[in-house]
Design a protein around this ligand. Structure first.
Ligand code: AMP
Ligand code: GLY
Length: 420
């Protein structure tokens, strides 16, 4: 079969890497891809928002399935657009991708269907929001409604910080139109957990759970990033809690989307907090997580293409999906300055020395002479597998140390919580 993956990050590298293992995959393309994806797929210079060009490429190359990686094109209706041209696509349509694209929509859905989440109110009027905020106590969470490149959530430790965030979002419009509405939400405490599931309507097939590390520095210090590292499984979280999250949050949400006339097909990503009152929803994403995918897919034993095809053909419920018992740890190597501004085009050395880990490229470019240079904030994800988290973690760090580029930085405490 001929497959086209849309996206350019570590997530798409992991998806392409997993698809490459399928004996059914004859041609694999990625638009636009990156320096690492080029090793497993043919990269085509079409951006994620060029829907017409993506459709034309897929038609011209007789693509059997298009797989969408990132959130922005999903929210903008890439799936609807490609389906209208007769293409088969794995990913949610716009009316379902709204579960990530609008936090107000999702909070209202969760409230309507009694699905556990943080208490909240939403506002489109700044003065009303400010009046409500002033009746609350810090810490408190302020969220821009729309997509904001992962930066639209402010966990405010003081009321001053909360008021500033509200002003930035609604008045200064630092996230643009995404700030037309806000959610003001109760601060939840506990362990975070990501449960990604293959979903087709009411059929939910959970993947192995993972944990991300969002703040840029060790011990969760510093500003939030797209994610600095992940691991799976979560040995310190009881299986019953994971089961409870699937039964009380993920499955009811998929069902609620069907009831709303917005059946979800694709990967539904539940960001959860395990609070003293049980698991609660922090957010939903309408796609694979990045860098969750870089630890989850290496544990997948079933052919990923078979799962995608089952989902688009209404057979997901009958799929046998198998996972390995191994642990996986992914350490992200970031550019100096990230998540603020950072340089690009710096040479990366040591990649051929990595023997015992998978290196998923997040922000790299391949030069004509074959050398690989930095081209993004998160540059590489080094994923190691092992019999235990401790083993996978030691390997991931040992291999990550072999890679060099100017300004390289990473967290040294990925998966540390799971060692106790
Ligand atoms: P999001 O962009 O929605 O994933 O949020 C970014 C991060 O903010 C999450 O990973 C959590 O660490 C934190 N966060 C979001 N909502 C809450 C909440 N209600 N309580 C505590 N932390 C939160
Ligand atoms: N790692 C979090 C996300 O993909 O949104």
């Amino acid at each position: 079969m001929r497959i086209l993956v849309v996206g350019r990050g570590g997530r798409e590298h992991a998806i392409c890497w997993a698809l490459r293992k399928s004996p059914k995959v004859q041609e694999l393309y990625c638009a636009p891809g990156n320096g690492g994806i080029a090793e497993v797929a043919e990269c085509v210079p079409i951006n994620e928002d060029q829907f017409d060009d993506i459709a034309q490429f897929a038609i011209d190359h007789a693509i059997d399935l298009v797989v969408i990686g990132p959130d922005d094109p999903l929210a903008l209706g890439i799936v609807d657009h490609l389906e209208a041209k007769g293409l088969q696509v794995f990913g949610p349509r716009a009316n379902a991708a709204i579960i990530e694209g609008s936090k107000v929509f999702t909070k209202e859905l969760l409230r309507k269907y009694n699905i556990p989440t943080a208490a909240y109110e939403s506002f489109s009027d700044y003065d009303a929001a400010l009046a409500y905020l002033r009746q609350q106590r810090a810490p408190i969470v302020i969220k821009a409604d729309g997509l904001a490149a992962g930066k639209g959530v402010i966990v405010a430790q003081t009321m001053e910080e909360a008021e500033r965030a509200l002003h930035d979002i609604m008045v200064a419009k630092v996230f643009g139109e995404s700030g037309n509405q806000v959610v003001i939400e109760e601060f939840l405490t506990g362990q975070e957990m990501s449960i990604l599931s293959f979903v087709d309507g009411e059929v939910v097939r959970p993947m192995v759970p993972a944990q991300d590390h969002k703040p840029v520095f060790d011990n969760d210090q510093g500003p939030n990033t797209g994610g600095m590292g992940t691991y799976t499984p979560l040995p310190h979280i009881p299986a019953s809690v994971i089961e409870e999250a699937i039964e009380t949050i993920v499955k009811p949400t998929a069902k609620a989307m069907v009831a709303e006339g917005r059946p979800f097909r694709g990967v539904l990503f539940a960001g959860l907090m395990i609070t003293p009152d049980g698991p609660k929803t922090i957010e939903f994403n309408a796609r694979f997580g990045d860098p969750e995918t870089q630890v989850v897919l290496p544990r997948l034993k079933t052919d990923l293409l078979d799962i995608f095809l089952a989902a688009v053909n209404g057979r997901l419920g009958q799929m046998e999906i198998e996972w390995s018992d191994e642990a996986a740890v992914c350490v992200i190597l970031a550019s100096g300055g990230y998540p603020g501004s950072y340089p690009k085009g710096l040479p990366i050395e040591g990649l051929p020395d990595v023997q015992d880990a998978l290196v998923f490229h997040a922000g790299t470019a391949k030069r004509e002479d074959g050398s690989v240079v930095t081209n993004g904030g998160r540059v590489l994800g080094v994923t190691a597998l092992g019999a235990s988290i401790a083993e996978a973690r030691a390997k991931a760090y040992a291999e990550a140390d072999k890679i060099r580029f100017e300004g390289k930085h990473y967290r040294t405490d990925i998966a540390k919580k799971a060692l106790v």
